[in-house]
Design a protein around this ligand. Sequence first.
Ligand SMILES: N[C@@H](CCC(=O)N[C@@H](CS)C(=O)NCC(=O)O)C(=O)O
Length: 236
Amino acid sequence: MIELHQFPPAFGLPNPSPFCMKVEGLLRLAGLPYVTVVEDDPRRAPLGKLPWLLVDGRAIADSSVIVGFLRQEYGFDAEDCLDARTRAEHRAFIAMLEDRVYWAGMYLRWIDTNNWPLVRETFFARLPLPLRGLVPRLARAKVRRDLKGQGLGLHDGAFIIDTAMRDWQALSEYLGQRPYFGGDTPVLLDVVALSMLVNGLRGVVRSPLRDHLVADGRLMAYAQRGLQRVYGVSLN
Ligand SMILES: N[C@@H](CCC(=O)N[C@@H](CS)C(=O)NCC(=O)O)C(=O)O
């Protein structure tokens, strides 16, 4: 049996982590049975991040390693309907989403003062009282450091939001009138984009980026359609 180690659900989403949602979405598309093991502290994970899988005593950490594992172990390739050129384009969009758009989302949730109180409340309210002040402060400082290391965090909020807006605009154009990036069927890029998109819409109280996403009818319809198709839930 596959054990999926991930954060508990939050913000009315299957998961507040786009990477956890990605792996759960892939397992669902593959039709593989799995059980979820909820973890709150990523420091205990094999690579210090969630999600990871435990399969017959083997730990497989990092969503992109998991993609390769599912292909090798179960013959599941979430891109097998794509030609080589389209796979190459999707690879570039996945990198944009995971290596940049994700970090804009981290900025909005963890650093932007409009959203931080909700995030602190959601993730840390159950901590015992003496830790409830300290742990969120340390976690926020780590996100600030990580954001600087990534590079986006060296800029102000306006630049970060504008960058992510342009990225979503590019993705919306690329989707065009198709139901999914895979055409009629969701593929790997869909799972990544949907996970990132719904996390940009929920768990963020206020931001011009969220307003931009809400105003893009194509992306909103895509989010509804995809969430229902891949995760069996709707975006309330
Ligand atoms: N490259 C990893 C990224 C996973 C990741 O960034 N997970 C975040 C949650 S969305 C995490 O566990 N962060 C904890 C930390 O950095 O301390 C993957 O694809 O799985």
